[in-house]
Structure formats: structure tokens, C-alpha cells
Write a new protein. Structure first.
Length: 512
């Protein structure tokens, strides 16, 4: 190529293949010079007209499917656990590690992985995460022992932690702000909620009709397809920082890992368990040290400009609150269907389809339309209000009725609300972030989702169990169980309403 470096656009593989050319070179290849962005235009400011629609379409689905898989694997194993226990002779005390090994490494490494993508190349790190995730899925599906399966699930979580921030940061780099990004965020957010629900559906179907091993093996062909499409993504601008904040990385990883481990352990051992208390204390100390390092360090892991926007902070808090309520809701609904109504794993999974449909509708229309037609805080508040209304509807379930008049319509409404909340909160959480910091910005959102889900399962399960124990003294067991589940639903409603308060208090403007 001719021309000096100053004549070239900052990103060599941006959409359309014209970036990196001088205007003269663009003319020589029949590309209008007007389509060549000016020198030093930030990555997120590239006009949408420059983008090749087919390339953007491939990029959208690559990111969406990558997100779908890593979220799916958080729930797809749940329904398969009894079959796994029988096949691999895993003791009841160790069975929960089939789930916890994944969530622990996934949640604990999120912030470090987000920063690594910003520093060492988002596409490169994204590919590494996908390959690691796919290889661990293959080996886990072929695992001969329980210990091997748990080990490969931990490696899967590492791959998910590496790939997930990369997916959202590559979305920010590839799609300019405006309708293109809003549409892509809608699909990304929809896949987030849809995958958590479809994990329960697919887990039941695959375990019943094929084998529990296919809940892992099914990832492999999808990962191969995603890897083939990574070239359609845009790398984005180089990071302003050139090294990882090592003290921050250590304290963040150990602090988040300790918190995830503690709340995962609560479900089996309770809040008074000495190990739970010890890890919660360690987490508090480590995360406090991390916060202090971020305030005083020269190159903090979380740049001050990323958390300097009140709206972005509010979106992260809302994401944590929403995940706390929604994961617990799935848990209570599953117990209601299996322990009270006596449904099989397959039927339980299929009953989640209205929730999945709601997520899909929200991703394709409700969420993006709310962002396009209202202010950010109104959009987020309306989405949370819809989620709260649907979850409140679940409180009318009884031990003998309510499937068609309560559970199915409530599932659809809740899916609409949660799906729209994910889309809007994600859009607020990444808007305005400099392309060089997109990885860590997206990692914050995902870490909040992971930790919120773990907190919800631990905290709201305690509420439900306590309520059931009090109710069982004077009522049949089935009715007492429903009392416990509805108590959990009420707390989830309260969390969504608190999210509305947070959004109104923190999101004070729209960022174009």
C-alpha cells in the first residue's frame, strides 16, 4: 500500500474493508472516497453507512451465539444432574461442584479477562476463550469420572470468563452508536435471558432422549461455527493502558471468587457455616482492598472514566438486582413444578417456553423500541415494572391450580420485562465507553449478573426455606412449599422495584 501511516484510518479490519486505505486507494478500488473515515476518528464513531450489512449480520450472530452458549452452560446441567450422578457415581456432597466449578471460575476471572482483551487484542483473546470453552465441553462430555467432569467444568468457566467480556466489547467496537448497536444489543440481551431459560429446556430434552453427555457435546459444533465468523468482528481501538494492574487483578479475582464460592456454598450449608462466614469475610477484605487500589493506583484495572458516569453505575447495579431476582425465580418455579406438581424434567423444561418467548419478543422489539422512543431511565423503569408485575403474578400460584391462569401468562410477562431490562441496562452500561476500555466495561456488567445470580439462589432460597418451615406446622407440605416459593417471589418483586428507584436516581440523561 502507498501513503504514509498518517493517511490511514486507525483500524485496519473495520467493517466494509475500506478502513486502512487512503482516499486515493479507496478510489482505486471503486470505493467512494466519502466512505473513507477521516484520520483519528474514534472506533465507535464510524458512520453506519460505512458498514457492510452482511458483515454486520454475521458479526451480530457470532456475538449472540457466543453469549448464548456461555450463559446456557450455567443452567443446562441442572436438569441433567441426577443422570450424571448415576452415571459417574458422584457423591451427593460433590454433585453441586458440577455447577459450582463453572460459576466459580466464570465469576472470579471476569474482570481480569475483560482487561486482558483490552490490552492484548479483543479478537485474539475472544478466540482463545472460545477454543478453551469448546475443548473443555468436548472433554467434559467424554469424561470417564466425576472428578474429570468437575475439572473440565472449571476449565469451561475459564473459557467463558475469557470469551464473555470480549463478545460485548467486540460488539461495541463493531457497531457504531445508534440503531445498529441498539439492534445488536437487543439480540445480545435477548440471548442472555433466553439462554438461561433454554438451558433448562434443552437439558431436559437431551437428557431424556439422548444422553446427559450431549448437554456438553452440543457446544462443540456451535463453537466451531462461531470461530469461523470471528473475522467479521472489528477489533476496535488500542487500549490506552499497556499493562495489567497486578495488585488489582489479584484482589479482584480472589475477592470475586471468594464471594461466588461463599454464596454457592450457602445453599447446602446455610449462612451460619464457618466456611461460608470465612469466605464472606475474606471477600469483603479483598474487595475493599481492590476498591482502595482503584482509587489510588496509577493504572487501575477499572478506569475511573468507566465508573465515572452515574448512569453506567446505575445500569450495573440494576443488572445485579435483576439477576438476583430472576435466577431465584427460575429456581422456585422449577421446584414448584417438580416437587409440588410432580412434573418430569422434560415437562418442566417445556413449561419454560413462554418465558423464553417473552425474552425473544423483548429482544426483537420491546427493549430496542423502549430505548428508541423514551429516555433511558424511563425505558429501564418500564422494563423493570413489567418484570415486577409478571413476578408478582406468580404469587397467586397454589398447590393445586394456577398453571394456565397464573404460571404460563405470568411467565410470558416476566420474560418480556426481564428481556427488556437486559437490553436496556446493557445499552446504558456500554454507551459512551471509549473503545479501548470496552472489555472491562462489559466485564463489569457480566460480573454483576453472575454474582447477582449466585446471591439470589443463596439469599432467596433461605427466605423460602424459612417461610416453609414456619408454614408446615399447620398446613400440608405442598401448601407450605408454595408459601415458601411465593415468599421468594415477593422478595424478587421488591428487588425489581428497588431497581426502578436506582434507575430514576442515577440515570439522569440520554447519551445520544
Amino acid at each position: 500500500m502507498t501513503g504514509n501511516a498518517d493517511d490511514r484510518a486507525p483500524r485496519p479490519d473495520a467493517a466494509g474493508g475500506t478502513l486502512g486505505m487512503s482516499p486515493d486507494e479507496a478510489a482505486a478500488t471503486d470505493v467512494p472516497a466519502a466512505n473513507v473515515p477521516a484520520t483519528n476518528v474514534p472506533a465507535t464513531d464510524v458512520p453506519a453507512a460505512v458498514a457492510d450489512p452482511r458483515r454486520l449480520g454475521v458479526a451480530t450472530w457470532v456475538i449472540a451465539f457466543a453469549r448464548f452458549l456461555v450463559v446456557l452452560d450455567g443452567t443446562i446441567m441442572i436438569v441433567a444432574l441426577p443422570s450424571i450422578q448415576d452415571a459417574l457415581k458422584i457423591s451427593p456432597a460433590n454433585l453441586n461442584w458440577v455447577i459450582n466449578a463453572y460459576s466459580l471460575t466464570f465469576g472470579g476471572l471476569m474482570l481480569v479477562a475483560g482487561r486482558a482483551g483490552d490490552l492484548y487484542g479483543r479478537k485474539r483473546v475472544f478466540r482463545i476463550g472460545l477454543v478453551l470453552f469448546g475443548a473443555a465441553s468436548l472433554l467434559g462430555g467424554l469424561a470417564p469420572t466425576g472428578a474429570a467432569l468437575i475439572g473440565f467444568r472449571a476449565v469451561q468457566g475459564i473459557g467463558a470468563a475469557i470469551a464473555t467480556p470480549g463478545a460485548l466489547s467486540l460488539l461495541v467496537a463493531t457497531f457504531p452508536e445508534g440503531r445498529h448497536r441498539t439492534r445488536a444489543l437487543g439480540l445480545y440481551g435477548g440471548m442472555t435471558g433466553l439462554a438461561s431459560v433454554m438451558g433448562l429446556v434443552l437439558g431436559g430434552v437431551l437428557t431424556t432422549y439422548v444422553s446427559w453427555r450431549w448437554v456438553l457435546l452440543v457446544n462443540v459444533p456451535v463453537i466451531i461455527g462461531v470461530l469461523l465468523g470471528v473475522g467479521a468482528l472489528d477489533e476496535g481501538g488500542p487500549a490506552a493502558r499497556t499493562r495489567i494492574d497486578v495488585p488489582g487483578a489479584v484482589t479482584a479475582t480472589l475477592g470475586a471468587g471468594s464471594l461466588v464460592y461463599a454464596v454457592d456454598r450457602v445453599g447446602e450449608h446455610g449462612w451460619s457455616d464457618a466456611v461460608v462466614i470465612g469466605f464472606l469475610a475474606a471477600s469483603a477484605v479483598l474487595l475493599a482492598a481492590f476498591a482502595a487500589l482503584q482509587r489510588t493506583g496509577r493504572t487501575p484495572m477499572i478506569p475511573r472514566e468507566v465508573v465515572g458516569d452515574r448512569g453506567r453505575v446505575g445500569a450495573n447495579v440494576v443488572t445485579l438486582l435483576m439477576s438476583t431476582g430472576s435466577f431465584a425465580t427460575y429456581y422456585f418455579l422449577t421446584l414448584y413444578m417438580q416437587q409440588v406438581l410432580g412434573y418430569s424434567a422434560l415437562r418442566t423444561g417445556l413449561m419454560y417456553l413462554p418465558l423464553a418467548v417473552g425474552f425473544g419478543i423483548a429482544a426483537g422489539g420491546v427493549g430496542p423500541q423502549l430505548l428508541a422512543r423514551t429516555s433511558e431511565r424511563v425505558a429501564l423503569s418500564l422494563a423493570l415494572a413489567l418484570a415486577a408485575a409478571g413476578t408478582a403474578w406468580f404469587c397467586f400460584l397454589t398447590a393445586h391450580s394456577g398453571v394456565y391462569t397464573v404460571m404460563l401468562p405470568a411467565s410470558l410477562v416476566t420474560g418480556l420485562g426481564l428481556g427488556a431490562t437486559v437490553v436496556v441496562a446493557t445499552g446504558i452500561g456500554v454507551r459512551g465507553i471509549d473503545g479501548s476500555e470496552a472489555g472491562i466495561g462489559s466485564a463489569l456488567l457480566t460480573a454483576g449478573s453472575q454474582i447477582g445470580g449466585a446471591l439470589g439462589l443463596a439469599g432467596l432460597a433461605t427466605v423460602a426455606v424459612t417461610t416453609t418451615e414456619h408454614a408446615v406446622k399447620g398446613t400440608p407440605l405442598a401448601d407450605a412449599l408454595v408459601h415458601g416459593y411465593t415468599a421468594g417471589f415477593k422478595v424478587a418483586v421488591g428487588l425489581y422495584l428497588l431497581g426502578i428507584v436506582v434507575s430514576l436516581a442515577t440515570i439522569t440523561r440520554n447519551a445520544g
